[in-house]
Write a protein that binds this ligand. Structure first.
Ligand SMILES: [Cu+2]
Length: 165
């Protein structure tokens, strides 16, 4: 083994170690960094975000999700329509071979946690089960990040008010 091989080897060990800390696999589909933003007391809903990367040769579909912290979890997509941000439910996210989806606030897909049964506090983790059409269910751990900035909150949740009396 040359020195170069050795250092490349240890680098890849490091990288895979880091990825393992918060990445999951559903067959050939990698699920990266499930996270949600912290909520305020009484907030009825929140969005969760994951990365999806299908490195395999077969397609699959994300067809649903559930979590003990919410009455239901819907797959939503967000888009601009005449300068108005609109959110709608979709039945599935198509994951063809090579598909890469990176969910982020304010654009594209997110997982909507509806009827929150508890406050999501920054630093907490909660379980969420993702259901794939072929692979089946996969439980991931969602980490809760600090609350979103107000401007972004307004953009992400046009129908919600900020109750801070
Ligand atoms: Cu939504």
């Amino acid at each position: 083994m040359s020195l170069r091989t050795v250092s490349l080897f240890s680098l890849s060990m490091l990288l895979s170690g880091a990825a393992l800390s918060h990445e999951y696999k559903a067959g050939d589909i990698a699920i990266a960094h499930p996270h949600a933003r912290a909520t305020v007391p009484g907030q009825p809903a929140a969005a969760a975000y994951i990365g999806l990367d299908n490195a395999g040769k077969a397609g699959d579909k994300l067809v649903g999700a559930s979590s003990p912290v919410a009455k239901s979890v819907e797959i939503h997509t967000m888009s601009m329509d005449n300068n108005v941000m609109r959110m709608r439910e979709v039945k599935a996210i198509e994951l063809a071979p090579g598909a890469k989806i990176s969910m982020k606030p304010g654009d594209g897909y997110h997982l909507m946690l509806l009827g929150l049964t508890k406050e999501l506090k920054a630093g907490d983790k909660f379980p969420m089960t993702l259901v794939f059409e072929k692979f089946g269910p996969l439980e991931v751990s969602v980490s809760v990040d600090a609350p979103k900035p107000k401007a972004e909150a307004a953009a992400a949740m046009p129908a919600e008010h900020d109750h801070q009396h």
